[in-house]
Design a protein around this ligand. Structure first.
Ligand code: SF4
Length: 428
């Protein structure tokens, strides 16, 4: 089968798509990069906000239009929470909930067998072999280490959609990382719904896993995706003694106002969060601290939003993802009184986004004239000599070079600020 995979949403969904693609290739199928060429399209959906729901529906319809003869499987959090809405879309052949996602290759194969009679003419039924290395040869890869979350933040549907925490066995993760390194991957990002909870069910911990990956594999760069502030224990910070661990912490703040944090069911105060950031910065020089902030949570007053904005400004984040609060059916916050009108949320979001832009620029400014290692990922679309890459502390760098920089790490001087990051000069 020729299989096309696409996702909406977070890095966890991305890691699942990558793992699924490798699973299809190992089972003898071909992972194609254009939906028009596929016999099967798989969509990994998201339901974190109503915008994510809409994007998921749009993607399903777009793929159906682009390739009317391919079979179409829909999975992920939106499929888990609202299968009836997906069923109402024409042309979806199979909906797979999150629990069954790990069996998706087998499910797709049986779908293929069942429908082969009626669609045989439209398909290329011979399994094609594919170059595993080619499919896996990414610069950065997302590796899922756990799923689910035992917390119940009042706004969050993800803990409902993904169920209780469960961790992947350590050896399975190490084997996957080694395979990625062997295929040329230079950076691995550990992802999950709640990576700080890794290993609790296996009698181990995230710290132990990171240490094992750093000692037992040769991955040049290892990055943690989002980690909840209460999981960043001081003992974890010593892991950054190893320079292969990227100096980047994504610590979701969600609000800079204590009253709002309490209503959200978050397990920290702003002053605990601030002292965590101070400790982390003391321990890890040049650390990028990035975050998520929700604006317009039910009951958030003008004063509370002002307090949130003020705290966020003081934290000097390297990057801030801003979300307008979106009521998710089935969550406690959706039932709370004093829902904030859309126009108000929009205004607060604009103010927070403006602060986010300034905050990033202040962070980048500190690195002007500095020499940093950049992992070059892609050629820019409109200029074949322009390259885009990341420093380990999450600065997006663009440069021009006649030679191919793809998937190399080079020493680069950061010479200017540009939209979305910095301009660099690569040493020859
Ligand atoms: S920690 Fe809170 S926000 Fe994060 S997945 Fe769990 S319930 Fe959702």
């Amino acid at each position: 089968m020729r299989v096309y995979l696409e996702r909406v949403g977070c890095k966890l969904n991305q890691s699942e798509i990558e793992a699924l693609g490798r699973g299809f290739v190992q089972a003898g199928h071909q992972w194609v990069q254009a939906s028009e060429e596929a016999d099967l399209c798989v969509v990994n959906t998201c339901t974190v906000t109503h915008v994510a729901d809409r994007k998921s529906r749009q993607l399903i319809r777009r793929l159906r239009r682009a390739n009317p003869t391919a079979r179409l499987i829909v999975t992920g959090c939106y499929a888990e929470m609202c299968p009836q809405e997906i069923r109402a879309i024409d042309g979806v052949d199979l909906i797979v909930g999150n629990e069954d996602k790990e069996h998706l290759v087998e499910l797709a194969e049986s779908l293929e067998r069942e429908s082969s009679g009626s669609r045989a003419l439209a398909l290329n039924l011979k399994p094609e072999t594919s170059n595993f290395k080619l499919q896996m040869g990414h610069t950065r890869a997302f590796v899922k280490i756990q799923d689910g979350c035992n917390n119940r933040c009042t706004y969050c549907i993800i803990s409902l959609a993904r169920g209780r925490e469960r961790s992947r066995p350590r050896q399975e993760i190490l084997t996957e990382v080694e395979a990625l390194v062997a295929a040329g991957c230079k950076e691995v990002v550990l992802t999950g719904v709640h990576i700080g909870g890794y290993g609790r069910d296996l009698g181990t911990s995230l710290g132990q896993l990171v240490e094992d990956i750093l000692t037992e594999t040769t991955v040049p760069r290892l990055r943690l995706s989002s980690i909840e502030p209460w999981d960043l224990e001081p003992s974890l910070l010593r892991l950054w003694d190893n320079s292969r661990l990227c100096r980047h912490l994504h610590l979701p703040l969600q609000s800079g106002c204590d009253a709002t944090l309490r209503c959200m069911g978050r397990r920290y105060t702003t002053s605990q969060y601030a002292s965590l950031v101070v400790d982390a910065r003391r321990f890890i020089p040049d650390l990028a601290v990035t975050t998520d902030v929700i604006v317009g949570f039910p009951g958030e007053t003008d004063e509370e939003f002002a307090a949130s904005l003020n705290f966020v400004e003081k934290m000097e984040f390297a990057r801030i993802h801003v979300f307008k609060y979106s009521a998710r059916p089935g969550t406690a916050a959706a039932e709370m009184p004093h829902q904030v009108p859309y126009a108000e949320k929009k205004e607060r979001s604009d103010a927070m986004l403006e602060l986010a832009r300034e905050s990033s620029q202040r962070f980048w400014q500190k690195f002007l004239g500095r020499r940093m290692e950049v992992l070059w990922e892609t050629r820019c679309r409109d200029d074949k000599h322009a390259w885009s890459g990341l420093t380990d502390n999450y600065i997006r760098v663009t440069t021009r070079s006649e030679r191919s920089l793809a998937n190399t790490i080079t020493s680069t001087t950061l010479v200017g600020l540009i939209e979305g990051g910095m301009r660099g000069e690569v040493e020859d």
